[in-house]
Write a protein that binds this ligand. Structure first.
Ligand SMILES: *[C@@H]1O[C@H](CO)[C@@H](O)[C@H](O)[C@H]1NC(C)=O
Ligand SMILES: *[C@@H]1O[C@H](CO)[C@@H](O)[C@H](O)[C@H]1NC(C)=O
Ligand SMILES: *[C@@H]1O[C@H](CO)[C@@H](O)[C@H](O)[C@H]1NC(C)=O
Ligand SMILES: *[C@@H]1O[C@H](CO)[C@@H](O)[C@H](O)[C@H]1NC(C)=O
Ligand SMILES: *[C@@H]1O[C@H](CO)[C@@H](O)[C@H](O)[C@H]1NC(C)=O
Ligand SMILES: *[C@@H]1O[C@H](CO)[C@@H](O)[C@H](O)[C@H]1NC(C)=O
Ligand SMILES: *[C@@H]1O[C@H](CO)[C@@H](O)[C@H](O)[C@H]1NC(C)=O
Length: 686
């Protein structure tokens, strides 16, 4: 104990000596300039830590000059009623200063006075640069991103996601041939592609409470962006940050020079100190700090002593108590999971990148879900074609299973879906919010039907899919699955089939219905409308372990490959008994070297050497994918590589045709084909 008292004394003496040493003078100044409060217009009083930027004569040491206020907070009072704060090299009009809340609200002067042109639809020309002492007032801040003069021939610009609004504002100064867009900035944080497609990108801070209002958000692309810009944005300063804090606590004001270097602490008696004014206030503070540190040291010593004491006692005890201790600590770890779950649930409005459509908007887009708009009836729900108010054509999926709990879960899943981006995956635009009365999913509309339609469905007579085209479909579909298997957490598609492989106008692949299986986990004891995979495509191992893995997708993809070379459906009861399943048929034929009895001869198998060779290679790859034992099947990544190799071979053999366009032109009266066909295999019923 005598040791402790000694320590305490040392600490207190140390702090008292610091306090005595602080108040050293360094010059004088006109104390009036710090107390001044200059009115500028009706709303703004210019006073510390702001200052009138045309009067900055504080003398310190007679060698340097500065102002009384924080660096960067000089205000120009234009015409006596127009307070301007310069941020970076641009003028911002001050709308309000709250000294109690340490906030200042400003708006871009160009936007307010119309020099940006456009009246209600101004064009912002620069990003905001904040001085170091100001920050945006989180969480009340938000920002909107402008994409000016975008390349109208780029796919992404022609079909922008719904949260990127074209600017359709009467007086907006944009170029007719190069459209401009606006979006809530958090919505587009990941849209890196857009930054390259537009001549100029500008991010403008705004007030969040305005933007989270649904009506305002919806009219963002019209006059909404002008309205929100005119309301300005808020910034805060933190008087407790930095070395100025001590000075202010002691009753002084801080002075900085034009280079934002701290010049000194301006004390009310007219002298300039290097640190603070050494008032009673600061002495009291030092003592407080000294005492609390001493108390802290005391506490620490106590803890150490008791720890040593306990350890000593423990040596006499049985080791079982330590085992118990271990057990309880490891039992506590699941807590950390809770916080990440909470994060997932907390998505407010557009903060998860999922865009939320209103039910009414989608009802209107689909003519009240009219039968005429129905595209198909898929595994998880009915799909309708819709047209959004902004003109975008979409596919709206109305899920069968709509219980509240599902909807809650879906909000989390939607966040995952929203992050999936691959050129060969159907783009997920968003869904209704969990508060909406029904769960609807909105996807990009893919116009050219499914691969099943073209192979053996109603569009088979068109014979649109040549062999090189089919090879390309195989490559692209495999690439999409490869992407799903590689994301974190990996996504098993679980329902790979030619009905879920859609084709766009140029016969490029868009794989549909991914990720939904995560939403409807297979539940053996529960009868669910979710498909347990589609007959003819299901991994035979599924019947043993009731679990679908990434290798199950590889199996299903093997069936797709066989369909591509044979033009036959996956299941056909009119075939011989042991050939009803295409997979079984393929394995028999390939094993007995009878590939010629499997393939579609109209593709050129017998007439063209390159075609025969590459079709055989695909048949062999399909054979590997269809292995009964999942572990024997190659991972999808390898399938992609092999297919690419075969495609190169095909192109090389065909020589001159190498650069030929991929697709034959699409007929103008293309039928809008179903998303999923109603019955998974049209040929089975009988
Ligand atoms: C500074 O600006 C204020 C407000 O516009 C004006 O009244 C004052 O005369 C100016 N002072 C100097 C030194 O220019
Ligand atoms: C900013 O305001 C000042 C003072 O009114 C003016 O002289 C200057 O031209 C303005 N700068 C711009 C870029 O508008
Ligand atoms: C300051 O903050 C309080 C509470 O957050 C708020 O009620 C008040 O309106 C704010 N004052 C100004 C001028 O913004
Ligand atoms: C809000 O302000 C914080 C802190 O300055 C910043 O990190 C965040 O990006 C801002 N949010 C938006 C949407 O601008
Ligand atoms: C616009 O995009 C197209 C295709 O994406 C590209 O070929 C063209 O060079 C781009 N034009 C400009 C001016 O960037
Ligand atoms: C504004 O900021 C964005 C993103 O922070 C950047 O991509 C863009 O180039 C900036 N624009 C200008 C005009 O500096
Ligand atoms: C600001 O800094 C520059 C370079 O660091 C220096 O040349 C200049 O004299 C400084 N100005 C003032 C007012 O201290």
């Amino acid at each position: 104990m005598p040791l402790l008292i000694h320590l305490l004394l040392v600490v207190v003496v140390f702090f008292l000596s610091v306090v005595v040493g602080v108040a050293t003078a360094g010059g004088t100044y006109d104390s009036a300039i710090c107390e001044r409060s200059v009115p500028c217009g009706d709303h703004v009083d210019i006073r510390y830590p702001f200052y009138l930027s045309n009067t900055t004569e504080v003398v310190n040491d007679g060698s340097s000059s500065g102002h009384c206020g924080y660096p960067g907070l000089g205000i120009i009072c234009e015409g006596g009623d127009h307070a301007i704060l310069r941020l970076g090299d641009h003028n911002y009009t001050i709308l309000d200063i709250s000294h109690d809340n340490h906030t200042v609200t400003v708006a871009d002067s160009d936007v307010l006075d119309g020099t940006a042109g456009g009246g209600d639809c101004p064009r912002v020309r620069h990003n905001v640069t904040l001085p170091p002492v100001l920050t945006f007032t989180a969480p009340n801040n938000d920002s909107i991103a402008f994409f000016f003069d975008c390349n109208s021939t780029a796919d992404a610009v022609r079909q922008p996601p719904p949260y990127i609004r074209p600017i359709v504002c009467g007086s907006f100064e944009g170029r007719q041939d190069r459209p401009s867009f606006v979006a809530a900035q958090p919505d587009v944080a990941d849209e890196t592609e857009w930054f390259g497609l537009c001549r100029e990108v500008v991010v403008a801070p705004v007030l969040k409470n305005w933007l989270v209002n649904k009506e305002n958000y919806d009219r963002l692309g019209r006059d909404g962006f002008g309205a929100v810009l005119k309301r300005g944005f808020q910034m805060s300063w933190d008087p407790t940050a930095g070395m100025c804090h001590g000075c202010e606590q002691s009753g002084g004001r801080c002075s900085y020079d034009a280079n934002t270097t701290f010049l000194g602490c301006l004390c009310s008696d007219g002298h300039v100190s290097n640190t603070d004014c050494g008032s009673k206030m600061s002495r009291k503070r030092a003592i407080t700090i000294g005492t609390s540190i001493a108390a802290g040291v005391l506490l620490l010593l106590l803890v150490v002593v008791s720890f040593l004491y306990i350890r000593k006692r423990r040596q006499y005890k049985m080791s079982s108590s330590s085992r118990l201790l271990k057990y309880t600590t490891s039992g506590g770890t699941p807590r950390s999971r809770g916080s990440s779950d909470k994060f997932m649930e907390s998505g407010s409005f557009h903060y998860l990148q999922t865009h939320h459509f209103s039910y009414e908007e989608l009802e209107e887009a689909t003519d009240g879900f009219s039968d005429a708009r129905e595209l198909g009836d898929g595994g998880f729900g009915t799909v309708y074609k819709g047209e959004l108010r902004d003109g975008r054509v979409v596919a709206v999926k109305r899920l069968y299973n709509n219980s509240c709990r599902r909807v809650e879960q879906f909000v989390n899943e939607a966040a995952i879906l929203s992050r999936l981006r691959h050129p060969n995956l159907v783009l997920f635009y968003g869904c209704t919010s969990s508060r909406s009365r029904e769960l609807l999913l909105v996807y990009e509309f893919v116009p050219n039907g499914t691969v099943a339609d073209h192979l053996h469905g109603h569009r088979a007579p068109e014979r649109a899919l040549t062999w090189p085209l089919r090879l390309n479909i195989a490559v692209e579909a495999a690439a999409a699955l490869g992407y799903l298997h590689a994301v974190e957490p990996p996504i098993v598609h679980r329902d790979v089939k030619t009905n879920n492989i859609l084709l766009d106008a140029n016969f490029h692949v868009k794989v549909a219905d991914f990720g939904l299986s995560r939403l409807f986990p297979r539940d053996v004891t529960h009868v669910s409308t979710a498909p347990q995979g589609t007959p003819g495509y299901v991994d035979p191992e599924y019947h043993q372990c009731y679990q679908l893995t990434d290798k199950s997708d590889v199996y299903s993809f093997g069936v797709v490959l066989v369909e591509l070379i044979s033009s036959k459906p996956a299941v056909d009861v009119t075939r011989d008994r042991d050939e009803i399943n295409l997979a079984g048929m393929a394995i028999n034929k390939i094993q007995s070297c009878q590939v010629d009895q499997l393939v579609d001869h109209e593709l050129g198998y017998s007439s063209d050497e390159a075609t025969r060779k590459t079709m055989t290679m695909v048949a062999e790859l399909a054979f590997l994918c269809l292995q009964h034992n999942g572990e024997m099947r190659p991972p999808i990544k390898e399938v992609v590589d092999v297919l690419r190799g075969i495609q190169d071979e095909c192109r090389a053999e065909k020589g001159g045709k190498r650069d030929a366009p991929l697709a034959s032109p699409c007929s103008p009266n293309t039928v809008h084909a179903p998303w999923d066909s109603m019955s998974t295999t049209p040929h089975t019923s009988q």
